[in-house]
Design a protein around this ligand. Structure first.
Ligand SMILES: Nc1ncnc2c1ncn2[C@@H]1O[C@H](COP(=O)(O)OP(=O)(O)OP(=O)(O)O)[C@@H](O)[C@H]1O
Ligand SMILES: [Mg+2]
Length: 295
């Protein structure tokens, strides 16, 4: 990522033209024939060849037997450039999270406000497992990981935009570009890293109240809730990581809601010796009871 950011200064307008055209054609070809790039970009053959080898050397594209393909660092460059052009960020900082499905890096704007950018990286690790979960069929009959990642970012961005205004404690999303989401930085720790809490029952109540608000008012279930997707800043919890959310009226929403709750209840029971039954939490979240029984 650092390298991508440093390379931005070296990219000239002809390079951008070629990159954008490769991006436009990703769903049509696995490897985009040079002729197509020439046609789309209005540049000469020599110019396009020169630009492609420069982009190749920068690791933004790869060369195949039948043409070129944009790779994830090329899309990173496009997304970063777009955030900069929109005056949303002025620099990126250190990486703060490298999950299974994303890289999260710090960023600041010209006023010094701190953000993070989450770059989706689905397909980087377990290709087969992901293929089962998320399908995206392209016109060439395959699927392109970059498109899968763009769609995941869109989905998470939509969830954050829906949840923030109704008061669910999620990081405020500022913008999305391609497979990247720019959001406010939360200063806190992942719940899984916290060994001691002064009032664990209060923290559990806070989590479940947020799950309830997301469900009853937002109409959505996270679907991947666990101690790894909750941050705690010493005062309140923040629920992160929403690309797999499901709507309340999805046939699996009820099962997923209970699974989310169970993950959290088990964690609190094991780590902090707090007891709360699934039935109590589940009824409470669905609005069937007003009282959450935590012991
Ligand atoms: N808004 C934020 N502010 C601060 N840190 C964040 C923010 N969003 C994400 N992070 C950090 O980045 C990590 C990865 O984020 P997230 O869980 O959204 O991605 P992920 O790729 O799905 O991770 P995993 O696959 O490991 O669950 C988080 O554990 C957290 O440490
Ligand atoms: Mg996560």
């Amino acid at each position: 990522m650092d390298q991508v950011a440093r390379s931005l200064a070296r990219i000239e307008s002809e390079d951008w033209a070629v990159l954008y055209n490769l991006e436009k054609l990703i769903s049509s070809y696995e490897f985009i024939p040079i002729d197509q790039v020439i046609k789309a970009s209005n540049l000469s053959k020599e110019e396009v060849e020169f630009r492609l080898s420069k982009l190749n050397e920068m690791n933004f594209v790869i060369r195949g037997a039948r043409g070129y393909s944009l790779v994830s660092s090329g899309l990173d460059a496009i997304a970063l450039n777009a955030f900069v052009k929109r005056n949303l960020i002025s620099a990126i900082g250190k990486p703060i999270g490298m999950g299974k499905e994303s890289d999260v890096v710090e960023a600041i704007n010209s006023m010094g406000r701190e953000y993070v950018i989450k770059f989706y990286r689905i397909g980087r690790i377990s290709f087969r497992a992901v293929r089962k979960k998320r399908r995206y069929v392209t016109t060439f009959g395959g699927h392109h990981w970059l498109i899968v990642n763009i769609q995941a970012a869109k989905k998470e961005y939509d969830a954050l935009k829906k949840l923030s205004p109704i008061g669910v404690s999620v990081p405020e999303a500022i913008a999305r570009e391609r497979h990247a989401i720019l959001m406010k930085k939360i200063v806190g720790s992942m719940l899984s890293d916290i060994k001691v809490l002064d009032f664990p029952a209060k923290v559990l109540q806070d989590i479940i109240d947020n799950v309830k608000l997301a469900y009853t008012v937002g109409g959505i279930v996270n679907g991947d809730l666990s101690e790894y997707n909750i941050l705690y800043d010493g005062e309140k919890v923040w629920i992160i990581d929403w690309p797999q959310y499901v709507d309340k009226d999805h046939p699996n929403s009820s099962i997923l809601l209970d699974r989310d709750l169970l993950n959290i209840l088990r964690f609190f029971n094991k780590r902090f010796k707090v007891d709360c039954k699934l039935e109590s939490a589940s009824f409470y979240v669905r609005g069937w009871s007003d009282k959450l029984e935590i012991f």
